[in-house]
Write a protein that binds this ligand. Sequence first.
Ligand SMILES: CC(C)(COP(=O)(O)OP(=O)(O)OC[C@H]1O[C@@H](n2cnc3c(N)ncnc32)[C@H](O)[C@@H]1OP(=O)(O)O)[C@@H](O)C(=O)NCCC(=O)NCCS
Length: 227
Amino acid sequence: MPPLVSIMKKTINYIQNIKESSISYRVQLSKNRVMSLNALQAKDISIDSEYVKLLTKWRNIHYKWFFSWVKVTHESTYGWLKQYYVPSPSDIIFFIEDKKYNKFGCMAVYNISANSCEVGRFMKGDSNAPKGGMTVALNSMLNWIYNNLKVDTVYLEVFESNIQAIKLYQRCGFVIKKRIPLEVIENDNTKSFQPIQDAQDSELTAHAFALQMEHKQQDSTIDSSHQ
Ligand SMILES: CC(C)(COP(=O)(O)OP(=O)(O)OC[C@H]1O[C@@H](n2cnc3c(N)ncnc32)[C@H](O)[C@@H]1OP(=O)(O)O)[C@@H](O)C(=O)NCCC(=O)NCCS
């Protein structure tokens, strides 16, 4: 079997095993467990679960920082998780918890291939969240990615106007690779920002710009272990 195919098979099995496990999967962010990353698993997903409620609430608060502007409900979040997230072998959401297991934010890894993966769905939900908590969590998630998914590049896309998010990514070692002009496509009650196909004059006609940012594996000093 070609090595890349075999690596992907291992990764797919790894993600599926986490999602289907009946035991919670947590990545501890320090030895004395100040914070942890809690993987969202099939067992956590029901219409009235805390996870579905938090994702719905945070997505509606922060909708304007995502490329698709849509109002979500518990039902639509639950439907998406059941239909797309649970069966996907290439998508994993982590909730970030403080030492009392309060969930104060989330982030996700998806589009996993043999060499690279994308990260996104960064949301700080709780105004009482520890300052710098998202930075610690993202550094730890990067560590987890390089240790477990065996990719060498992690990328993301962000609105150029999202200064707070860009600062977070730069603190964690992401660098800007590309600036992408976007146009708005409106459908029913959804507004989505998509790359302009016709490159000519796109700088002038763009409604907004996205930045593509990239992170390469480097030595990490973060201590994270599984529980
Ligand atoms: C993007 C987002 C997650 C960033 O969160 P954040 O609060 O900036 O991230 P952190 O928790 O790491 O906190 C950062 C602050 O803590 C500080 N900090 C970082 N590490 C620290 C540490 N170890 N000790 C103390 N402070 C620290 C930083 O300097 C920064 O300070 P500043 O806000 O004065 O610049 C948040 O703004 C958010 O939810 N935005 C809406 C959704 C969104 O835009 N998502 C991204 C879509 S691409």
